[in-house]
Design a binder for this molecule. Sequence first.
Ligand code: FEO
Length: 179
Amino acid sequence: MALDKKMEEALNEQVNAEMYSAYLYLSMGSWFEDQNLIGFANWFRCQYLEENMHGMKIYNFINERGGRAVLKPIAGPETEWKSFVEVFEQVAEHEAHVTSLINKLVKLSRDISDYASESFLMWYVDEQVEEEATADELLSHLKMIGSDPNALFNMDGELKARQPSANVVPIHMNQAASE
Ligand code: FEO
């Protein structure tokens, strides 16, 4: 069954929302990199790539269903934050917002009896549970750390371990390759 036009438009909006998420996290990563917190920068770069993948999955789905992914301008993300906690507060708020967007898409798919879209969107419902939990966890760790630089460096070290997916260029790969 061909993709309903209303659903196609709504999914295209979600491609844009996922690409905006990617852009926002890349911007946050650059902010951390500027402060030499490479573990945090690595975490955000992995997050950027994951959001890109979220957008591309929807892009593919639209095209597979006989619609057309139409790319819209991506809004400019913030570039400055007052504190580490403020960054992660925004991440947590943003992920809660994305969850509400996914929920609206699921509702639309149910309203128009588009079971293929509903089934496809369940992956995002599950993913958002994980995304929100991770954001909340990192935010609470940062709040606990407060102004203790040793704890912050430890957390930065832990975040360095996050692995990007196979088709991704890890942060500082050029330096690693030349060592
Ligand atoms: Fe694609 Fe972080 O939600």
